[in-house]
Design a protein. Structure first.
Length: 594
């Protein structure tokens, strides 16, 4: 029988009290010198034998560190360690003493109180973003350590920032202002343990935890913005500096191949298609070629085999939803690149690979800065134009599925084999097969084209007749322009009548996410004074639609922001979703919200 408080007997309660007292005493005993207790959430027990990875070839050349200037913890330890938060800050301060081309801003203050540093690198450093208004320089933002066990981006971004500012011959800064957030997840970073990310090959002294100080995965927070890090990113980087490219550095899990670097583009099919296609079909193929020819580093588009037992079936990327940072940036009409370095390459190789990938991206941005400026300006203009007079063809895709891109992808892998029966199959979703030392190139379809199975029309505006400010505040947090009606108005608008609401059984990122079913119906109704108004004629119109469409797979309805409004509190059944779509452009008396 499961004990409940009522059935606990006095001796059992006495025993529990003794155990609690013993634990309290032991918690106050300091650990022996040189040992710290494993951080909360770290795997327990001894570190297992490291995976013996098949070779990565050719190994990327090591970047040459300048004779002067600070060294990262990775360089100083011969790649046995990664930088702590304090070491990152000391590196940046040392660099500032040597160069006037680096300024430090604060991106966010983490849940545990760490100021997340943002380096602004420029020649000269612009005083603020407005100072760039009549300047032809573009802004590129590099972010590392969002998952704080995936650490080579942190080391390589710091190294590259140093090498750029200390070498007057580097070409980038005449056309680029570089922003670097080397330790985005500062709270996760310092909870280092060699047992975190057990499959990863180094650094042997350990790396940090995936989640932030709130136990959130920051690379799932881009739509709900519930972490200080993401809120700070949107306000102080995307909103303030408006970089035309965001680069987010990670380390892979699971798949086996020889290429040390993998990458992806903004995948979400509801963003501006021209931005997605530019990143996928033009920019990244060129960057990949530069990486190999100029920097001796092999790369391939990110993915995992669909079936480790039959590698020919296909190579599949991750999800399309904008909760993932790089997809979110695409939805904002800007370019983004996900870097995923190969988990089974040693730490030194991963740092070098990431370093060269950043170089190849900066090379591309430097050579094509005017074209990139035009690309994102055109995306903004298209969004505004479409919102002013939405056409039947301006649609929002639903029920997104992944299809193969045209052509095939080549992956330089290994012949795979089943582990001997005595060893048993490895646990978990990843591989039940293991690689041999025999290299083998696989050619297969690449499942990375996200296509909507159905779509709905985008409106002229969304109307939200709610008194509360929570939804409006969340939209404004993204930088979306929100207005209020200054007088009541009767309009024909499309409502969404909910028929079914399902909350997920399992908690996910602190939420029981909703999925809903229902049907759209045109209603004539009065919208009172104070109704929230979100016009689509704004650069972030597509993002607003993703947050507000009732059947969106990553909107505010999914993330529980409408939970109090979509069920009848005292009756039965579902309500009408309190967001209405107005299709016909018209003059509405409204005021902006500051
Ligand atoms: Zn990651």
């Amino acid at each position: 029988m499961k004990p409940t408080p009522r059935t606990l007997s006095v001796p059992i309660l006495f025993f529990i009290a003794i155990v609690i007292a013993a634990l309290a005493i032991s918690a106050q005993v300091p650990p022996p010198a040189g040992q710290t207790p494993p951080p909360q959430g770290a795997p327990q027990g001894p570190r297992p034998e490291p995976v013996k990875p098949p070779p990565v070839a050719p190994v990327p050349p090591q970047p040459a560190a300048p004779a002067s200037g600070p060294k990262t913890a990775a360089e100083a330890s011969d790649y046995a360690a990664t930088s702590t938060y304090a070491e990152v800050m000391a590196f940046v301060q040392d660099l500032q003493k040597l160069s006037p081309f680096v300024r430090l801003e604060t991106l966010a203050v983490s849940a545990e109180g760490r100021a997340v540093p943002l380096l602004v690198v420029g020649r000269p450093v612009p005083r603020d973003p407005l100072a760039l208004r009549y300047d032809k320089r573009i802004v590129v933002y590099v972010q590392a350590n969002i998952h704080a066990g995936e650490v080579e981006g942190k080391e390589s971004a710091l190294m590259l920032a140093r090498d750029i500012v200390l070498d007057p011959k580097t070409p980038y800064l005449d056309r680029i202002v570089l922003l670097v957030a080397p330790v985005f997840n500062a709270d996760g970073n310092d909870k280092m343990d060699p047992r975190n990310r057990m499959g990863q090959v180094g650094p042997e002294k350990g790396s940090g935890l995936r989640h932030n100080g709130q136990n959130l995965d920051l690379n799932r927070d881009a739509m709900k913005l519930e972490s200080p890090e993401l809120a700070g990113l949107v306000k102080n980087v995307l909103g303030r500096w408006d970089p035309l490219l965001l680069v987010d550095c990670h380390t892979t899990d699971g798949s086996f191949h020889q290429e040390p670097v993998t990458y992806s583009w903004p995948l979400c099919p509801n963003g501006d298609p021209a931005v997605l296609k530019y990143a996928r079909d033009k920019m990244l193929p060129a960057v990949d070629a530069t990486l190999e020819k100029k920097y001796g580093t092999l790369a391939l588009p990110y993915g995992d085999p669909m079936d480790f037992r039959d590698m020919s079936k296909g190579w599949q990327t991750f999800g399309h939803q904008p909760r993932y940072m790089t997809n979110y940036v695409g939805l904002r009409g800007r370019l983004s690149v996900l870097i995923e370095n190969y988990n089974y390459a040693d730490f030194r190789t991963r740092v070098a690979g990431n370093y060269h990938m950043l170089q190849a991206l900066l090379d591309y941005c430097w050579a094509n800065s005017a074209e990139l400026q035009k690309l994102v300006a055109d995306a903004d203009a298209r969004a505004v134009q479409a919102g002013l007079a939405p056409a039947e063809t301006d649609t929002f895709g639903l029920d997104v599925e992944v299809k193969p891109l045209p052509g095939q992808i080549s992956v330089q892998g290994y012949e795979m084999e089943a582990p001997p029966a005595a060893e048993g199959a490895p646990q978990g979703p990843f591989p039940r097969m293991r690689p041999t030392d025999r290299k083998k190139t696989y050619t297969m379809p690449y499942y990375a084209d996200f296509v909507a199975k159905r779509s709905v029309r985008l409106p002229f505006a969304y109307l939200i007749p709610l008194a509360g400010t929570e939804v409006a505040d969340k939209l404004r947090q993204h930088g979306i322009a929100v207005e209020r009606l200054t007088e009541p108005v009767t309009l024909e608008a499309e409502a969404f009548r909910l028929k079914e609401i399902k909350g997920a059984e399992r908690l996910y990122q602190g939420h029981r996410t909703n999925t809903v079913k229902g049907e759209a119906a045109v209603e004539k109704r009065e919208f009172p004074r104070g109704t929230w108004l979100v016009r689509m004629a704004q650069p972030l119109g597509r993002l607003a639609a993703y947050l507000l469409e009732p059947e969106s797979d990553d909107g505010l309805l999914v993330w529980n922001y409408f939970d109090r409004d979509i069920v009848a509190q005292w009756g039965r059944g579902a309500q009408t979703y309190p967001v209405y779509k107005l299709f016909v452009p018209q003059n509405l008396a409204s005021e902006g919200i500051e």
